[in-house]
Design a binder for this molecule. Structure first.
Ligand code: NDP
Length: 384
């Protein structure tokens, strides 16, 4: 019998389950690269239900009960008195989502001597100290591709929200106004602009594909170049470094993993090298930008807008400067946890658990760390 601690975001303030707007979600047959969606033996939820909050328990309560394992679900995750830390000492499995991350630091690893599996429900396992996971032989896994398109859609929405000045215009309507000049004094068309992505992986490439019909000039930087036929098809210009891309475009969208090379990549110097009035969108990880430099660039007008859904820490304090900085179109970390995405990563989490308990190999595309080293997707994304 294993003990699993699941850290999920709190239930909706109006109670659980919510009143759903729709009766289900479309059936997706496979991911854009042809790889298969999760293949658990069964699921105990209806796709489209809220699974990512405490009462949703990723649809896994019955699975744990039926298999005689102990499951603790909590949203209380920060500080030494949190339920998460109290439950850690005898936990074998920890499951958490990047939207409400249970940070598994070196200190917390030391408090969890029985921990064998750190599972990310979603994508992005940088809330786990991966060096420590390797040193301790803890397996780290996530559900690759489960919410990549969800994030790409959110990114396109936020680019348009900034360039077209959506948020202030919406606010005028709510406030009873009809102030057209105030709405449009900083509204532009995206058409004709230079738009660049940092990293053309699953999400970055999906953003490029979605933006292509907007009649923009596309650019990208990645450590590895896309195949020539893909570049040609997207009509996208490759830049050898991030500096070249940043000074050549009007809009930048960040889709690289958070690793040493990308930590605080958008600092005062890089921001200062961009065209005045550029837009920056970050749905990857907050620490790829320098928090204070972003605020200063918005205040000076060097940046015309900043949007994204990733913050540090999560949740951010109520006085976090990004809540009140000018010209922002920020959301909480929601892009990858739509009801559609939840159905996929909850099923993927179950698939991984079924394999784990049966002693079968976990799909290589789900693996980040295994056997003391980066493995599968982790060997590609994090081992730079
Ligand atoms: P992928 O692994 O598919 O793509 C990442 C890309 O980044 C790869 O092409 C990789 O190149 C490239 N890369 C690696 N190092 C660098 C670098 N130093 N500079 C520029 N590019 C680099 O990941 P996804 O597209 O699925 O996800 C990207 C990130 O988005 C995740 O790391 C995660 O942090 C974030 N994310 C956010 C979510 C949200 O809800 N907001 C949800 C899901 C993910 P190569 O493979 O050739 O090494």
């Amino acid at each position: 019998m294993a003990k699993c601690v699941m850290v999920l975001y709190p239930d909706p303030i109006d109670g659980y389950p919510p009143r759903y707007a729709r009766d289900g979600i479309p059936v997706i047959k496979c991911y854009p690269d042809g790889s298969s969606l999760p293949t658990p033996s069964a699921i105990d939820f209806k796709p489209g239900e809220m699974l990512g909050c405490v009462s949703g328990a990723l649809g896994l309560r019955k699975f744990f009960e039926d298999n005689g394992h102990e499951l603790v679900v909590t949203s209380d995750k920060d500080g030494p008195d949190s339920e998460f830390e109290r439950e850690l000492p005898d936990a074998e499995i920890v499951i958490s989502q990047p939207f409400w991350p249970a940070y598994i630091t070196r200190e917390r690893f030391a408090k969890a001597p029985r921990l064998r599996l750190a599972l990310t429900a979603g994508i992005g396992s940088d809330h786990v100290d991966l060096d420590e996971a390797r040193a301790r032989g803890v397996t780290v896994a996530e559900e690759t591709y489960s919410n990549s398109i969800s994030v790409a859609e959110h990114t396109v929405m936020q680019i348009l929200a900034l360039v077209r000045n959506f948020v202030p215009s919406h606010r005028w309507v709510i406030d009873g106004g009809w102030n057209i000049a105030d709405c449009v004094e900083c509204a532009y068309d995206l058409e004709g602009m230079d738009v660049g992505v940092i990293a053309a992986g699953r999400i970055g490439r999906a953003v490029l594909e979605r933006l292509r019909p907007f009649g923009v000039h596309l650019h990208y930087f990645d450590v590895h170049r896309l195949p020539a036929d893909v570049e040609k098809d997207l009509n996208v210009v490759y830049h050898r470094d991030v500096e070249s891309l940043a000074r050549s475009v009007d809009v930048v969208s960040i889709h690289s993993p958070l690793i040493a090379q990308t930590h605080h990549m958008f600092d005062e110097k890089l921001l200062g090298s961009m065209r005045r009035g550029s837009y920056l969108v970050n749905t990857a990880r907050a620490e790829q930008t320098d928090q204070r430099a972003i605020v200063a660039a918005l205040q000076s007008g060097q940046l015309a807008g900043y949007a994204g859904d990733v913050w540090y820490p999560q949740p951010p304090p109520s006085d976090h400067p990004w809540r009140s900085m000018p010209n922002n179109a920020m959301t909480p970390h929601v892009s990858g946890t739509t009801l559609s995405a939840q159905a996929r990563y909850a099923a993927g989490t179950r698939e991984i658990l079924e394999d784990w308990f049966a002693g079968k190999p976990i799909r290589s595309e789900y693996l980040i760390v295994e056997g003391g080293r980066f493995a599968g997707t982790g060997a590609k994304s994090y081992a730079h």
